[in-house]
Design a protein around this ligand. Structure first.
Ligand SMILES: *[C@@H]1O[C@H](CO)[C@@H](O)[C@H](O)[C@H]1NC(C)=O
Ligand SMILES: *[C@@H]1O[C@H](CO)[C@@H](O)[C@H](O)[C@H]1NC(C)=O
Ligand SMILES: *[C@@H]1O[C@H](CO)[C@@H](O)[C@H](O)[C@H]1NC(C)=O
Ligand SMILES: *[C@@H]1O[C@H](CO)[C@@H](O)[C@H](O)[C@H]1NC(C)=O
Ligand SMILES: *[C@@H]1O[C@H](CO)[C@@H](O)[C@H](O)[C@H]1NC(C)=O
Ligand SMILES: *[C@@H]1O[C@H](CO)[C@@H](O)[C@H](O)[C@H]1NC(C)=O
Ligand SMILES: [Zn+2]
Ligand SMILES: [Zn+2]
Length: 609
């Protein structure tokens, strides 16, 4: 859902079919010539005309391009030209020139957006290209655009060794009860994807054709496109008053919160105009507010891809932190802002890679990951050989300790492992770890997609056995076409299993209609009642998916709740493609493993005939 403007993304949607086998080579030659002479040949002009970027890409519907071999061909052409040009000795200004022109000619974005995004990323890209001379265009496309099914067989796969499974230890963990723990349950609140926008302005233009609207200074064409007091369904992030209302409401409504999980993304979607200073200011402001309002209630935060500047970039450990391209600063900031909630040892791993662990209380541990490293728009994946920041190896070691010490674990991270933009090698390794330690991991919590989703992990050995679950928090931001959301989980104090959760929201249209009142938050649903399940045990959730393949009322409810009853989205409806996409999301824990997606799709087609 996170719309990232980069030139190559956008070239993908635009090409009309061509019969010419030499198309890649010809366009590449013409582009190179253009870079050299700054003159657009007639032929290039014609080639580009066929490639004008349709409105689709702007609307973050990249999924519809799935399985488009032509998209990969365009990616290879553009990336291949850039790699070639660098080897030929072209300098940075030439790349900026050609990319900026391509971006505007193809109507990918308005000039200021093209310019901003290229300016932020060009040094990173050049550094990577210069330091990875063997990098091939096909490899770049297979990573950055894996969600478009671009493939490359020369891509080096990596894997991590898992410690052997000792049945004795496992049964120990399964039987363990916390000695000094009272029976019963406690509640955890999950807040995610705030995307607070300091430049939101009431009455500004909500329909502006940029990655983010509702900006101070913009003028709407009519009343219908004027930004409201609490936010807007279109491409707008929330104003400060909405963020304050969220935290005040949670504080007043829920008196028995044990912990708060914040699963990332504080900074607004103004991706073409971020900076270290700006991001630092917004991130600091939000964490200070959380601290002020929630006081002694511990908060366990993770980083979102939007906290970084340039957005999505998490530089390799090799890069000198003093270099301008380094994004190490975000780790220092996180270490400082999170200090009050975490043990002192956490600082070390946060500074290394933005991840940490904390023993919440005896027998219960939180592991917070920086899964943004797996996001395919993190260009450092093109540079990194394997396991960025040694994070997954550390995860194995930490889970092994937890297993030995009879602890239960909640894993928190921003990008879900099964997201189509989480690189499949990382996702697969992560799933293997969850497999090995599923008896230790009581639940996982993610954000990033902005949707309220429930994702099931299955055993690698017995593919019918559901072994774990990740709860995806719905975003607080309404970006895009969503109502605000947060979730409250009931957790069993002995096993740390999630026994139920509630989802809260408000109707943004209604809130804006009576803007002098605070928004009317309400409980949208609780999972057990909404889906008539006896528990949220992975196996019971798997049975729910099976029921969803039969009962339309279930898939329709899922759709409504996923989007929090936001009128403009609900109005679009959810037909079979949409129902199947939701089902597949529920059973996909790593991109590239579509075993369960295929299985339930077959079942759906049979049952719904
Ligand atoms: C805790 O649960 C056990 C077993 O179910 C029960 O015997 C005990 O009375 C409970 N303790 C409290 C404090 O509720
Ligand atoms: C909006 O922009 C104007 C100038 O363009 C500035 O004076 C004003 O302080 C801004 N308001 C906010 C809330 O940022
Ligand atoms: C299993 O438990 C034994 C004894 O409790 C311990 O010595 C051993 O290190 C544990 N093994 C693992 C893999 O945790
Ligand atoms: C696989 O898991 C399912 C669900 O838990 C179970 O019913 C089945 O017996 C298992 N199969 C094997 C071979 O263990
Ligand atoms: C949201 O509020 C608007 C305006 O009051 C109303 O028309 C609409 O039906 C509401 N939507 C839902 C789902 O209640
Ligand atoms: C809920 O499930 C139970 C057990 O499967 C069933 O007996 C009951 O009729 C269901 N209730 C509703 C409202 O569907
Ligand atoms: Zn987000
Ligand atoms: Zn995100």
């Amino acid at each position: 859902m996170i719309f990232t403007v980069i030139v190559t993304v956008c070239l993908l949607g635009c090409v009309t079919a061509t019969e010419d086998d030499n198309w890649e080579a010809t366009v590449s030659d013409d582009l190179l010539e253009f870079m050299r002479t700054e003159e657009r040949s007639q032929r290039l002009q014609q080639e580009l005309q066929g490639m004008e970027f349709p409105k689709l890409c702007r609307e973050r519907r990249l999924r519809i391009f799935d399985f488009d071999p032509l998209a990969c061909s365009v990616c290879r052409t553009v990336v291949g030209t850039v790699l070639r040009a660098r080897k030929l000795g072209f300098e940075k200004d030439r790349f900026v020139f050609v990319l900026k022109n391509l971006c505007t000619w193809l109507k990918i974005e308005k000039e200021e957006v093209c310019e901003g995004v290229i300016r932020h990323n060009i040094d990173t890209l050049i550094y990577i290209v210069d330091n990875r001379p063997k990098l091939k265009a096909s490899q770049v496309c297979a990573i950055v655009f894996q969600n478009l099914q671009c493939k490359d067989t020369s891509l080096q796969e990596w894997s991590l060794a898992l410690p052997p499974y000792e049945a004795h230890n496992v049964s120990l963990v399964r039987e363990s009860k916390f000695q000094n723990e009272q029976n019963g349950s406690f509640r955890i609140v999950q807040i995610t994807d705030l995307h607070y926008d300091p430049e939101y302005s009431v009455g500004s233009n909500t329909d502006c054709g940029l990655p983010i609207c509702c900006q101070n200074g913009s003028v709407p064409e009519s009343e219908a496109t004027a930004a409201g007091f609490w936010g807007d369904y279109r491409d707008c992030d929330p104003p400060w008053n909405a963020v304050v209302d969220l935290v005040q409401h949670i504080k007043q409504e829920h008196k028995n919160i044990g912990y708060i999980y914040f699963t990332g993304d504080i900074v607004a979607h103004k991706v073409h105009d971020t900076s270290k200073d700006r991001n630092t200011k917004d991130v600091t402001k939000v964490y200070k507010e959380l601290k002020k309002v929630f006081g002694d209630i511990p908060i366990y935060p993770v980083l979102g891809n939007h906290e970084a500047h340039p957005v999505n970039q998490f530089t390799s450990e090799d890069v000198n932190p003093d270099m301008e391209i380094s994004t190490r600063w975000i780790f220092s900031l996180a270490a400082e802002l999170w200090r009050d909630w975490l043990p002192p040892e956490a600082t070390k791993t946060i500074l290394r890679g933005g991840y940490y662990t904390a023993l919440v209380r005896p027998g219960f541990r939180v592991i917070a990951l920086n899964s943004n490293v797996c996001y395919s728009y993190n260009f450092w994946l093109l540079y990194e050989g394997s396991d960025p920041y040694g994070q997954l190896q550390w995860l194995i070691d930490t889970l092994l300790d937890a297993e030995t010490n009879n602890e239960k674990v909640h894993i928190l991270s921003h990008v879900p492992s099964g997201d189509s933009s989480c690189v499949k090698n990382w996702g697969r390794e992560y799933v293997n770890i969850v497999n090995r330690f599923s008896h230790v991991i009581s639940a996982q919590f993610n954000g990033h997609t902005h949707w309220d989703d429930t994702v099931i992990y299955y055993s690698n050995v017995n593919r019918s056995e559901a072994i774990n679950v990740a709860f995806n928090g719905g975003s607080f931001t309404t970006y895009s076409l969503l109502n605000p959301n947060y979730k409250v989980y009931d957790v069993d104090a002995a096993q740390m299993d999630v026994t139920n959760f509630e989802s809260w929201t408000y109707n943004i249209t209604e809130a804006n209609e009576r803007s002098s009142d605070t928004p009317k938050w309400y409980k949208l649903y609780d999972f057990k009642s909404a889906y008539n399940v006896s528990s949220l045990h992975p196996q019971e959730l798997s049975r729910l998916v099976e029921r969803m393949t039969k009962e339309k009322s279930l898939t329709q409810s899922y759709f409504r709740y996923k989007n929090r009853d936001a009128d403009p989205t609900i109005a679009k409806g959810c037909k079979s493609d949409c129902e199947l996409e939701n089902i597949c999301t529920m059973v996909t824990s790593a991109h590239g493993d579509d075993y369960h997606c295929k299985m339930y799709t077959r079942m759906y087609k049979k049952n719904r005939r």
